[in-house]
Design a protein around this ligand. Sequence first.
Ligand SMILES: [Mg+2]
Length: 271
Amino acid sequence: MTTVRRILHVDMDAFYASVEQRDRPELRGKPVAVGGDPNKRGVVAAASYEARVFGVRSAIPMARAVRLCPNLIVVRADFHKYRDASRQVFEIFRSVTPLVEPLSLDEAYLDVTENAWGELLGKAVAQRLKTAIREKTGLTASAGVAPNKFLAKIASAWKKPDGLTVIAPERVEHFLQKLPVDALWGVGPVTAARLRERGIERLVDVRSGCGNWRTASTIASSSRTARPSRPAARTRTRTTSPTSTRSARKWTPWPATRRNGSRSTSSCAGP
Ligand SMILES: [Mg+2]
């Protein structure tokens, strides 16, 4: 008998910017961008939700961010602080399960099929984790719960900040039917346009029409459990550098069209 895994994806909300707003009350409620100097080709490493309203987001040049939001408060990144907060968050994760797969300083997959709290529902674990993170760090996180990593990651981004979205096993098929093809990792706007030219609009079209596509195997591999053996050093390499546009291309499952807001996940029905 196959056990349905309970996978969480937990992602801190606007992590670096939230740490700064936590530590500097004068920044709260204001548009804040953490990153490099706009006059020295710096880039945005993180933007507060107040700044995102103006189109400011991570990985864009800081000079452009300032043009988009003239009142933007630019804060120099302090990775000592972010690593401290990250350490606290990951201590909480690892107190619940040894199966923690870090993706960056502020996000990870957790396999909580078995967990130290003895919770039977992934949702209950996620809720307790969010509460523990808030109590310990004063920061909010969004969580997704699903039977695999691919869907857990989509779920955590569904409602932000401070969100909790569950895709129950019996709703997975229904959920997949609604997803556009560019929900697939690595499918950006150009690939998505080409796929649409071939009549592949939805994720499930890949499965039904192109059984041996590499992309189909990507979905399959994402159903593996969290990989706790991933080297911790790798989390540092994924950190968005505040000074380099090149290294600021943070890994994300979202295509650029999503990130720049021209296409929203809200076009799909929620789980
Ligand atoms: Mg985050």
